[in-house]
Design a protein around this ligand. Structure first.
Ligand code: EPU
Length: 336
């Protein structure tokens, strides 16, 4: 693919941060990528949909856009369809493709911004479903030796908004494609309160993957800012997981605190949005950096905020939540 120089990255990150890439190119296959890497000046940043990053500086090296496409049914049996998807495909486009073919499993993950290749990086999740439940395997390019490697679900070490690609393999692999294992017969996940309420409100009598997808789309549209209109990267922080004893003492002091059973026994996952709201930040705005008025976990760029301004705001929020509740918030978004 063609190289460009001094390109604005504003339209390549959903936060809409106007950082610059010194060198810039896109790739549509592993061979294409290998060829680009021969002459790509370092440091290297690979972007998919740019939906989970905050750019706090210009990139003096190279930005490569992963544009590998394709959605193909590669195998099937009585229970499952195995679908291989290029990492550069738009996530929601893939979800719609599945719904139109009655492949079930990703309907709760409707309207999540970003690309398919970014989804396993942080094990995207929403409304009671995580990517790992429909994941079969992926192919990734190893920047260390230029080889393509397969990763099974165990290899990926998925956790809450986490995988091996955010831990010891951070920066080492570029995801090329993902194979999903989708259900022929749907298993509906409607236990998440907001979905139940939304389905009741719309008087749905017969459940379907399309009805769930539409409910999720309505919930997300009502609460989360559309990155095409207001720059954002979804939840900026993770929901913190604390030991049950700490939750009990917080609950004694703040009876309204919101907590759910944590990912491991004897832990509670706190709603970070509630903590941030109670610390007084919901709807806060300074310059063009702010905290979304309908969901305090989402930081927003009203137009011309710099990545540094958003980052500084996130530090202040962390400080005040720590001070008020003694809980530390970990960023979910990757800082570049
Ligand atoms: N809440 C508040 N104030 C707020 C926001 C939330 O009090 O400003 C409380 C409410 O009690 C609400 C509860 O927090 O009932 C949970 O809020 P919500 O259902 O909006 O979910 P969340 O925990 O804030 C997580 C994910 C979202 C995902 C939703 C739905 C993380 C970091 N975030 O948010 O994922 O869409 O659940 O499953 O786990 C993302 O990762 O980018 C993302 C948007």
């Amino acid at each position: 693919m063609r190289w460009s120089e001094n390109i604005s990255l504003k339209k390549y990150n959903t936060f809409g941060i106007d950082a610059t890439a010194r060198h810039f190119a896109g790739f549509t296959s592993a061979d294409d990528l290998a060829e680009l890497l021969i002459r790509a000046p370092q440091p290297l940043v690979v972007l998919g949909g740019g939906s989970n990053i905050l750019l706090t500086r210009d990139i003096e090296g190279t930005v490569l856009i992963n544009a590998i496409g394709g959605i193909d049914l590669v195998d099937e049996d009585d229970d499952y369809c195995y679908v291989k998807v290029g990492a550069g495909e738009d996530w929601h486009g893939f979800v719609e493709h599945c719904i139109s073919r009655d492949w079930a499993g990703v309907e709760n993950l409707s309207l999540i911004p970003g690309s398919v290749g970014a989804a396993p990086m942080q094990n995207i999740g929403a409304y009671g479903v995580e990517l790992k439940e429909v994941f079969h395997e992926l192919e990734a390019f190893d920047l260390q030796d230029g080889k393509v490697r397969m990763f099974t679900v165990n290899d990926c070490r998925f956790g809450y908004r986490d995988s091996i690609f955010k831990q010891e393999y951070k920066g080492r692999f570029i995801i090329l494609s993902v194979i999903f294992r989708l259900n022929r017969v749907p298993v509906y996940h409607t236990e998440y309160g907001a979905i139940r309420e939304e389905l009741e409100k719309s008087g749905i009598r017969e459940l379907s993957i399309r009805a769930i997808s539409e409910a999720v789309i309505r919930i997300r549209t009502a609460k989360l800012p559309d990155p095409k209109i207001i720059g954002n990267a979804g939840s900026f922080f993770k929901n913190p997981v604390v030991p049950n004893e700490q939750y009990a003492s917080l609950k004694a002091k703040f009876p309204e605190i919101v907590g759910y059973p944590g990912p491991v026994q004897s832990t509670t996952k706190l709603a970070a949005g509630w903590l941030i709201e109670q610390a007084g930040w919901k709807g806060y705005r300074r310059g063009d950096a702010g905290v979304h008025a309908k969901q305090a976990l989402v930081l927003v760029n009203y137009g011309h905020a710099t990545g540094r301004e958003i980052f500084d705001l996130s530090e202040e929020i962390q400080g005040s939540v720590q001070q008020k509740f003694g809980v530390s918030l970990e960023r979910e978004v990757n800082i570049i």
